[in-house]
Design a protein around this ligand. Structure first.
Ligand SMILES: Cc1cc2nc3c(=O)[nH]c(=O)nc-3n(C[C@H](O)[C@H](O)[C@H](O)COP(=O)(O)O)c2cc1C
Length: 348
């Protein structure tokens, strides 16, 4: 699987996820076997002005190559300048968000609103490709609403503008994150363009991801909510790609180890962002930032309700570890159900 000159070792990627696909979570998913991972959407305006939040979005592991930054803005020239700034900060692939359904974003003409008019898509992609000098990918939705499903035209326009790949989330903007993604549209886009197509929508398990590939012919699958609380989905997919038996749900010790590693990575991430913040303050912030992940990791687990109640006041790594030991003690029955982990990962 290739995007421009970049070759990937597998076909299962972590999707761009606002508030989720930061450096720590990308690292966890890549360690599990994700072949590639996008940053969350980053404002092109923020990239141009170098805001501190933007710098946090650009934090990456040195071995994250290519580094893929997703950008959003309404105006092609702003996207182009933002793309150039992202490349200056190390991006080897720039993705343009034409999929975000949020009113605040669409109201400015960015996100899904950008894809309402295919000719505007082509022009915007062309300008970004020229400014970036690295492969540009585009993430789109099925269309604005049921009455304007235009993903095939938009994907063709992106290709004509010079995009190196197109990712399709098979829901309309009007659907948001509800209802079902229409995978037949992923197939239709795959048949309409010759650049790689990445499929997205309703991938809750490794079996779903494999089925999406089979049913749509997409070149790669973006795992989104299905990875929240269940990065082991990538371990299964990696095993499947290698022709090995899928290891399935983690043991209690593997699970605890991953949760604690995530806590450590989050603290390190926060510490790098906040010059001058004490270690204690950085740790407290990081653990609070991680609460949504702790919720997802413990969904459906015996002991999870009590853990989550106590986790609302935890603000140190040692505190989280103590809660894990108390509520999920070694030797006690442990039945992690991957299908439950992500079900509460709702959008913004
Ligand atoms: C919490 C959350 C944040 C998201 N943030 C982004 C984003 O920043 N950029 C983007 O292109 N898509 C974003 N998405 C959409 C996902 O990448 C994906 O296309 C969508 O969730 C459909 O896949 P799923 O049904 O398997 O979750 C987000 C989705 C969720 C749930």
């Amino acid at each position: 699987m290739h995007i421009g000159p970049h070759t990937f070792s597998g076909r299962f990627f972590l999707a761009p996820l606002a508030g989720v696909s930061d450096r720590p979570f990308r690292a966890i998913c890549r360690e599990m076997g994700a072949a590639f991972a996008y940053t969350e959407m980053v404002s092109a305006h923020g990239l141009i002005h170098g805001t501190s939040q933007t710098l946090a979005y650009l934090d990456r592991d040195p071995d994250e190559v290519p580094f893929a930054v997703q950008i959003f803005a309404a105006e092609p020239e702003v996207l182009a300048r933002g793309a150039a700034a992202a490349v200056g900060a190390g991006a080897g692939i720039v993705d343009i968000n034409m999929a975000c359904p949020v009113r605040k974003v669409c109201g400015t003409g960015a996100g899904a609103a950008l894809a309402r008019e295919p000719s505007a898509v082509e022009a915007a992609v062309r300008e970004v490709v020229r400014a970036a000098g690295v492969p540009v990918t585009v993430k789109i939705r099925a269309g604005w609403d049921d009455g304007s499903v235009n993903c095939v035209e938009v994907a063709r326009a992106a290709e004509a503008g010079g995009a190196s790949a197109v990712a399709l989330h098979g829901r309309t903007r009007a659907q948001g994150y509800s209802g079902l993604a229409d995978w037949s549209l992923i197939r239709a886009v795959k048949e309409a363009v010759s650049i790689p197509v990445l499929g997205s929508g309703d991938v809750w398990s490794a079996a779903d991801a494999l089925r999406m590939r089979r049913e749509t012919g997409c070149d790669a699958v973006l795992v989104a909510r299905g990875a929240c609380g269940n990065p082991w989905i990538f371990r299964d997919l990696k095993a499947s790609e290698a022709g090995r038996e899928m290891p399935g749900a983690p043991t209690r010790d593997e699970w605890v180890g991953t949760v604690l590693r995530h806590v450590e990575l989050q603290i390190a991430h926060r510490t790098r962002q906040r010059d001058g913040e004490t270690r204690t303050a950085a740790e407290g912030h990081a653990v609070r930032e991680l609460r949504k992940h702790l919720l997802w990791y413990t969904r459906g687990l015996k002991g999870g309700v009590h853990f989550r109640r106590d986790a609302t006041v935890a603000d140190t790594a040692a505190g989280v570890e103590a809660l894990l030991e108390r509520h999920f003690p070694p030797g006690a029955p442990f039945a992690f159900d991957p299908s439950l982990a992500a079900r509460e990962a709702i959008a913004e």
